[in-house]
Write a protein that binds this ligand. Structure first.
Ligand SMILES: [Zn+2]
Length: 291
């Protein structure tokens, strides 16, 4: 009954809002993560992104709006990187996953927040933190324009995937804890065990004074660990599978996607286009401001 209703609504939406094929092609050409999709995935993701733009608000800070033209391909590229998270899920699960999102705000620059944090000894610390993005339980997702423009490549940094991973995490609690609602086929104990192993490895690297194999921001909080691992899963799957193969396999089952396949197709296409140009997927380590 609901499925038929949803199907009927989708047909109505398509009639009223014809899909912008040219703008979607342009969006894909600007964003390597989207360019690497196969035709079926690209079509489905494009349609979900188009729908997302009608269901949610995307607002540009007024200072930014004066200097930047954020055109339709830019809007589609933004929505598509968000919907990439749930591309492997059916329409109902996809809709449900972002039901707690109403608005995405884009600010001109990284922004500062006064942070209060209790340490393990119960002492409260206050400091000013510079952030690339911010997500709260019912509030808007806020991202900075430079970080948005720095997202979309195969480099392990993606502010949209990061912030919307927090939204998934918030699907069952009012605070992030690295434990999103899980599908029935994933045992919560397995999830906990694999993430704990990664967490302990990150801490061990830091204690030895070494840099961890993924962005060390993952070591600051279990919620950040999940979000940073999602960024790597989608945009540096080669790095993640090498560092933490069990985690990559777990996230593949959770997201029902294998981004490593897309990366290898992309690398292959790139190599055949230009045999002389190196295809490096360097890990972006200057993602200094995050949330
Ligand atoms: Zn975060």
């Amino acid at each position: 009954m609901f499925r038929r209703l949803r199907h009927w609504q989708a047909r109505g939406f398509e009639r009223r809002h014809p899909f912008p094929h040219t703008d979607w092609a342009e969006a894909r050409s600007r964003v390597p993560l989207l360019a690497a999709l196969n035709d079926d995935d690209a079509q489905q993701l494009g349609q979900r992104a188009w729908r997302f733009l009608h269901d949610k608000r995307v607002s540009l800070h007024k200072e930014l709006a004066k200097t930047t033209s954020f055109d339709l391909p830019a809007h589609l590229a933004l929505a598509a990187q968000i919907c990439l998270l749930t591309l492997g899920w059916d329409d109902d699960d996809h809709q449900e996953a972002f039901a707690n999102v109403h608005e995405v705000q884009i600010l001109p620059d990284a922004f500062q927040r006064q942070v209060e944090e209790m340490d393990e000894f119960g002492v409260m610390h206050e400091y000013v933190d510079e952030r690339a993005g911010e997500t709260s339980f019912q509030g808007p997702v806020v991202v900075s324009f430079p970080d948005l423009m720095g997202s979309g490549d195969w480099n392990g940094f993606n502010v949209l995937i990061h912030e919307f991973a927090h939204k998934l995490d918030l699907g069952n609690a009012s605070d992030v804890d690295g434990f999103p609602p899980l599908p029935r086929e994933i045992d919560p104990h397995e999830w906990h065990h694999i993430f704990t192993t990664v967490w302990e490895d990150l801490q061990a690297h830091l204690e030895r004074g070494e840099s961890p194999p993924i962005d060390d921001y993952a070591a600051t909080h279990p919620g950040e660990c999940f979000a940073v691992c999602c960024e790597h899963f989608f945009s540096a799957p080669d790095v993640l599978i090498k560092a933490y193969p069990a985690l990559y396999a777990l996230l593949s089952r959770y997201f029902r996607q294998d981004p490593l396949l897309r990366l290898s197709h992309e690398a292959h296409a790139h190599a055949s286009l230009s045999a002389t140009e190196p295809t490096s997927h360097s890990h972006n380590s200057d993602a200094s401001s995050r949330d």
